[in-house]
Design a protein around this ligand. Structure first.
Ligand code: 5AD
Ligand code: SF4
Length: 483
């Protein structure tokens, strides 16, 4: 956690500031008082449970919510049923995310019946859509707080109002809010951290809801980002992942003079930071300067996630991606020439409206030519409010699924072949902790190229970088031995 402020020094009798985040620290101080009284009465601290759907951006937002609650004195619980505050941070990128959320919300009615004092809060991308908040108001009366993606920083205030007045609070902003600096953030890992560098997206790909739920692009000031990363490094962080919907347009239309590649050069100078990663890049904005940064900056990991979405120039045009199949292949060529061992991953959508068999074959062809290290594949999902939702030539579910299966087969074969190239090699692995399938002493970590490596160790090496000789390569992971 960075930027810890002593809440005891805040005078609650003074007027509440209007300036942020000062104002929220006042509410956190009030919250702390409430938490202490709760503890005195109940002989335990109140606890929270956060469920997060969706991307890293959402995960990071949840870390901010957790950071604010912890600052007030709440503890975290893994058990939703016993939580005093439940927060669900939603995603609306595809329809199944919506459905899962409503399923979850339905199951919370019982929690509220058993513990009417519990607070149920929902936030995130889904809340930025009117039809969703209308449905919640109408059908899910047990929800206490609804807030959006642009006012997460206000959570302490919303929570206080809800607890003190015991009334439903709904607070969604559509207007652009400037980014609020200096909120407490909780990290899942001690040795690595997400760092948000910008919010929003200006690209309006025709299938995508994000520009509507996260608003226009806003970049953080470079000095704020550097200050945060220095503080993280002081706190033991060795790896940072810079987050933005399109990091390549960092700094565009801003009142400072620093583009994304310059930001990388600056971060590369920060002592004790060993690895720099970033997500996500739009191919149309990937500059030669950034490619050069890969060669110049030894801390910048040799992995790029470069969503292609489709291999058909025609589909790409209707997606409003603003590059052709050839442009994308040329870009890959340029990257591979400058950084020969770069790992490349991507996102691909199958079954975009009007996608023909020939269009789809272009996608297969592109996948074969690029030879991705791995790829996330998605079935096109209609998102209300986006241009593509109104396109008439929607592809049938049957064809979508059949194409999806064919694509996954190609992608997985290539991923397995790429992983097999690691066999017998010794790689540097930054250890994240115990392996997900932890059978006693199995640990997991990532190579510079983002390959997942499992290995056995007698001691806990979390956060350390170790040399591992790869002895087995599977489709989705590598296995090795410490050397
Ligand atoms: N349907 C399917 N996949 C989508 N994505 C974004 N919007 C949609 C949609 N409507 C995918 C894109 C994007 C990733 C985060 O989610 O591939 O890169
Ligand atoms: Fe969505 Fe396109 Fe923006 Fe990515 S670049 S968030 S796909 S609109």
């Amino acid at each position: 956690m960075y930027n810890e402020i002593d809440l005891d020094k805040i005078d609650l009798n003074s007027e509440f500031p209007t300036e942020e985040p000062k104002r929220q620290y006042h509410f956190m101080a009030k919250g702390q008082k409430w938490v202490r009284e709760f503890e005195y009465k109940n002989n335990r601290r109140p606890c929270f449970f956060i469920q997060t759907f969706g991307c890293q951006m959402n995960e990071h937002d949840s870390e901010t919510i957790a950071g604010m609650l912890r600052t007030e004195g709440f503890t975290e619980t893994e058990n939703r049923e016993s939580a005093d505050i439940i927060v669900v941070n939603t995603c609306s990128i595809r329809e199944n995310a919506d459905n899962r959320f409503f399923g979850q919300l339905g199951s919370m009615k019982k929690i509220k019946e058993e513990n009417p004092e519990a607070i149920i809060a929902v936030c995130g991308c889904m809340m930025q859509q009117q039809h969703i908040t209308d449905t919640i108001k109408e059908k899910y009366s047990w929800v206490d707080i609804i807030f959006g993606t642009m006012n997460i920083y206000k959570f302490p205030e919303l929570l206080r109002n809800c607890l003190e007045n015991r009334k439903k609070i709904i607070s969604i902003y559509d207007a652009q809010e400037k980014i609020i600096e200096g909120l407490p953030v909780e990290r899942k890992f001690r040795h690595k951290s997400f760092v948000n560098i910008m919010n929003g997206c200006n690209n309006f790909c025709t299938y995508c809801i994000v520009p509507y739920t996260r608003g226009r692009e806003r970049s953080r000031m470079p000095e704020d980002i550097i200050r945060e990363i220095r503080a993280l490094a002081d706190d033991g962080v060795k790896e940072v992942t810079l987050l933005g919907q399109n990091v390549n347009s960092y700094g565009n239309n801003c009142n400072f003079d620093c583009d994304f590649s310059e930001l990388i050069y600056k971060i590369n100078e920060i002592e004790r930071i060993e690895r720099i990663r970033f997500m996500t890049s739009h191919p149309k904005d990937l500059s030669d300067r950034l490619i050069r940064a890969f060669a110049d900056c030894e801390k910048l990991c040799r992995h790029i996630h470069l969503p292609v979405q489709s291999g058909s120039t025609d589909v790409l045009r209707r997606m409003n991606r603003r590059y052709s199949k050839e442009d994308y292949l040329n870009l890959i060529e340029k990257i591979r020439t400058a950084v020969p061992n770069m790992a490349i991953t991507t996102d691909i959508i199958v079954g975009f409206p009007g996608e023909t068999e020939e269009d789809f074959e272009h996608t297969l062809d592109l996948a074969e030519r690029v030879r991705y290290d791995s790829a996330f594949t998605f079935l096109y999902s209609i998102r209300t409010g986006t241009p593509a939702a109104k396109y008439e030539d929607q592809v049938s579910e049957e064809i979508k699924h059949a194409r999806f299966d064919r694509l996954v087969e190609v992608i997985n074969r290539i991923t397995a072949e790429k992983n097999a190239e690691y066999f017998g090699k010794t790689v540097k692995v930054m250890v994240d902790g115990k392996s997900a399938r932890n059978d006693k002493g199995t640990y997991a970590g990532r190579t510079d190229t983002f390959k997942l490596v499992n290995f056995n160790a007698d001691e806990d090496l979390t956060g350390k970088t170790v040399d591992i000789k790869i002895t087995d390569a599977k489709t989705f992971s590598l296995f090795g031995e410490i050397v």
